[in-house]
Design a protein. Structure first.
Length: 399
């Protein structure tokens, strides 16, 4: 097949068509993601909150920038096919009907992730073993075939592009085949190189900031900052930097991907960059501050983040700003809380400190989930989420 004939097939079957996509979200973040999709105005439609995430529709050129801009989801999937199968021969036939070469780069060997639930074909390893050869055979580079690099595109080197993943889900004998657009989870912004123990994920930090009404004009204070997830995420929001600006995505190697279109989206984003407002990040742990300082030194837009060693209980916000902004705290809990400290007493001191010195500020305070009612002395509204194997809640509201 000639280059031009292959390009026409990709355009007709992939680029020009409307596809269904799925933003995978951690528990508690689906509504936040739906709000993001609505605000961003990326040309997508049919936004629908469903179990596990958010469905939306659009062309590939609309969905690729969603990876660049969305802060809440863990990853974005492109749906390829749905069908019913109760035996391997039918499963193999249905998979063979998919034009894999139009969606994935030639010569690639994608990983295959399988999940099953109440299906006759239930053994995930057996399904992957049957499906893998079919997909790889369709993508092998053979004499006379057109691979991705010979299509005339400026393709980044493979070492820069995340590996490809095919996701197969079976439930009640109904199969759903998807491609992972994102590669590494989207909460990996490509910013933080130094982390502390049990760091908060960036998409969870964003969800708490967003629910607290944090804007680009607000002063932000993070007085238990650790390696600075809240502070760095807040600086990116204030500077209008897309969360995916400093990383790459698996879809950048797809035949239907438009390097020029994506470069234009990045260029438009860069034209909107601004300077972050004042952000104050402190911690009593010098090792955490050292990690944050190293993270801040790598990017000029993080210059407005003021990092300093300080005990939260000795801190007064009027020492740093006359404005009332947003204060966020991720206190140690569980194993991170020193053995001699009682959780109830510790949170009582935190809420007392906030009530005394942060009156009028908007707050986002993370609580151990099952203890929210007992520890919430500020009448904050619960924002439940799941992180690190724990059910947690953030208390959101004005102090």
């Amino acid at each position: 097949m000639t280059d031009s004939a292959f390009a026409r097939r990709v355009k007709r079957r992939v680029s020009a068509r409307v596809h269904e996509f799925f933003a995978v979200c951690p528990p508690g973040l689906r509504q936040v993601c739906a709000r993001e999709l609505t605000r961003l105005n990326l040309g997508i439609h049919d936004i629908q909150v469903v179990p596990g995430g958010v469905n939306f529709s659009g062309k590939l050129a609309d969905a690729c920038p969603a990876n660049l801009w969305l802060r809440a989801p863990s990853r974005i999937l492109m749906r390829l096919a749905r069908f019913r199968a109760t035996h391997f021969s039918l499963l193999e036939k249905k998979l063979s009907d998919i034009d894999w070469e139009l969606f994935l780069p030639a010569g690639t060997d994608p990983s295959i992730q399988v999940t099953t639930h109440t299906s006759r074909l239930y053994h995930s390893d057996a399904i992957a073993q049957r499906c893998g050869p079919i997909i790889r055979a369709a993508l092998d580079v053979k004499p006379g075939d057109t691979d991705l690099c010979s299509s005339g595109k400026d393709i980044p080197s493979q070492k820069d592009i995340p590996s490809q993943t095919v996701m197969i889900r079976a439930e009640n004998n109904r199969f759903e085949i998807s491609l992972d657009m994102s590669g590494p989870p989207l909460f990996k912004r490509g910013i933080k190189k130094q982390i502390t123990a049990a760091p908060l994920r960036e998409n969870l930090a964003f969800a708490i900031l967003d629910t607290a009404g944090f804007t680009g004009q607000d002063v932000l204070m993070d007085p238990m900052c650790g390696s600075g997830t809240f502070a760095i995420e807040g600086a990116m929001i204030q500077a209008r930097i897309p969360p995916g600006f400093y990383r790459r995505f698996a879809c950048e190697a797809w035949p239907g991907f438009s390097p020029a279109g994506f470069a234009h989206a990045r260029s438009q984003a860069a034209q909107q960059f601004s300077t972050a407002a004042s952000i104050f990040a402190s911690d009593v742990d010098p090792h955490a501050l050292a990690a944050l300082t190293r993270n801040l030194s790598d990017h000029a837009f993080l210059a407005p983040v003021h990092a300093f060693e300080h005990n939260f209980f000795d801190l007064r916000p009027d020492q740093f700003t006359r404005k009332k902004g947003v204060v966020v705290l991720n206190p140690p809990y569980g194993r991170r809380l020193e053995n001699h400290l009682d959780t109830t007493a510790f949170y009582r001191e935190i809420t007392r400190k906030l009530a005394m010195d942060f009156k009028g500020w908007r707050a986002g305070l993370i609580f151990p989930g099952k203890q929210f009612s007992d520890l919430n002395h500020l009448n904050l509204k619960p924002f439940p989420f799941f992180h690190g194997g724990l059910n947690l809640s953030a208390g959101i509201g004005r102090i």
